[in-house]
Design a protein around this ligand. Sequence first.
Ligand code: HEM
Length: 297
Amino acid sequence: MTRPQSGIFAVGTPSHTYLEFDQRTGTDATSLVASIAGLRDPGTTMDGIDVVSGFRPELWRSLRPAGLPEAVIGFNEPVRGIEGFSMPATQHDAVVWLAGSSYDVVFDAARQVVAAVAKSATLADETAGWSYRADRDLTGFIDGSKNPSLLDAQDAALIPDGVPGAGGTILLLQKWTHDVGPWESLPTAEQEKVIGRTKPDSIELDPRPNDSHVARTDQDDFGTIFRRNMPFGTVAHHGTMFVGFSPEQGRLSRMLESMAGRVTGERDALTRYTTAVTGSYYFVPSIDALREFAASS
Ligand code: HEM
């Protein structure tokens, strides 16, 4: 099998940063990809840091026309739902996600990355993420209960051999800020109806409300994805960095449409308490595909 970027599956790291870049006008895409691929070279040591990089699908296609599934596109339009609800499109050209054991090593590595790509790209968005009480989201709920185990995660996330982009994956990176006041004024039993699971131990409610988050994103309906979500932010402004991987963009985009109320006419209750503030899709190539650029840099 074509080898994936291993950081996608390196769970357990507590400190993260997500760097999104825009290509500088007048530069060529090859230089941008080569500078990011080169981050793995011994010349720029990344000891102890997991690095995952991805590219705007159209940018990758311009360099490797058969290098990803045909229909994959950027987050180019907002996702519009019922009741005037929408999720914004804030697509950038490249993403580098760094994860490590503490923020000092992640911070130093992030500065190296920004310097290494500076000729080709500017930093457009930067979000530092950190794990909260092991595996809880800042809503207080356990996030990831229905994630595939690491035994199954590669099958859930990666484009299979024989398909364009094999060993790669499609990443949806979407930042949500929580509306803390309204959320925290809900009694726990009401919060549980919003998520569709119990708060202390993440047991699925039976029955679960149709507008609960787990009903609106049910993987039995949309297909399995692999999530590496992380809390981010400060006491005053915080939320969830949604980090979801899939071999098919449709699984992710249909989940968003469903959350917005466009699949069953019921909008995900969670969207009443948290607001999407960014949204980008990136193609995350296999390590073999990336290495072709590192070699040419
Ligand atoms: C603020 C944003 C979000 C928060 C706080 C959040 C939180 C959660 C929580 C607590 C669960 C239940 C436990 C679990 O199975 O992991 C869950 C399930 C899930 N979420 Fe989210 N989520 C968010 C956004 C999203 C988005 C944008 C998507 C898809 C594009 C998504 C896809 C899923 C899926 C697939 C499941 C499992 C559903 C199943 O039971 O099959 N989530 N989420």
